[in-house]
Ligand binder design. Structure first.
Ligand code: ZN
Length: 215
């Protein structure tokens, strides 16, 4: 039985460069089965060479890579457990930004992190306070992920509110009720529909004409 996802835990990689594949190598070297994070947001330095030559790949700055695979439901099977924080792995998903401890994540990473967190909160039906920094769950990691988490949660909530308003705005207007049909009493002539010639009068006149002929 899978366990419900209750938290989204945020990390930085403590490396100034890297990709999901690279982190996967690092984590396997630690003896883990595979990468501990479910999503990785790059900083534009995918390799050590990019960093040492200071060549930032702008297209990769703020791009998302899938780490440990998550199936689309809101529960975690044991093979989906990441490595976020002791005691939380079976009930959280983890997103990691490539950044060295003490460095700020890039503005493109921040923008994408907000979008990914808002998306995943909606997907897993979680409130903004389900977002936790690694530092909030483990006092031994005070610099991970090194962002103002209260401001971050507020910004994410704003994004979700905006998105909900947009969805509200594109909803089609309610279909107006048709006017009530007037019941016609027996023997009474129904009123002609607006804009049409009074058909019944004409038919009666023709009938009368033929009746007259038939006499
Ligand atoms: Zn961390």
């Amino acid at each position: 039985m899978g366990k419900k996802i209750k938290y989204i835990v945020l990390h930085i990689s403590d490396s100034s460069w890297g990709t999901a594949m690279e982190i996967n190598n690092w984590h396997q070297q630690r003896g883990w089965k595979e990468i501990g994070y479910h999503e990785v947001i790059l900083n534009g330095f995918p390799t050590a060479q990019h960093k040492s030559k200071n060549i930032r790949d702008e297209m990769l700055d703020g791009s998302v890579e899938i780490g440990r695979e998550l199936d689309p439901n809101a529960t975690l099977e044991s093979d989906e457990y990441g490595a976020q924080v002791k005691g939380f792995n079976s009930k959280s998903m983890g997103i990691c930004c490539i950044a060295k401890t003490g460095d700020k994540i890039t503005s493109k990473q921040m923008e994408k992190l907000r979008l990914r967190v808002a998306y995943n909160l909606k997907k897993f039906d979680l409130p903004a306070h389900a977002v936790r920094g690694h530092s909030e769950l483990d006092p031994k990691k005070p610099y991970c992920p090194g962002i103002n988490l209260d401001l971050f949660r507020k910004a994410v909530q704003n994004l979700i509110d905006k998105e909900n308003k947009k969805e509200e705005a594109v909803k089609p207007p309610p279909i107006p009720k048709p006017p009530p049909i007037e019941m016609i009493k027996e023997g009474q002539e129904p009123p002609p529909p607006p804009g049409y010639p009074p058909g019944n009068k004409l038919i009666r006149a023709i009938k009368a004409f033929f009746e007259e002929l038939g006499k």
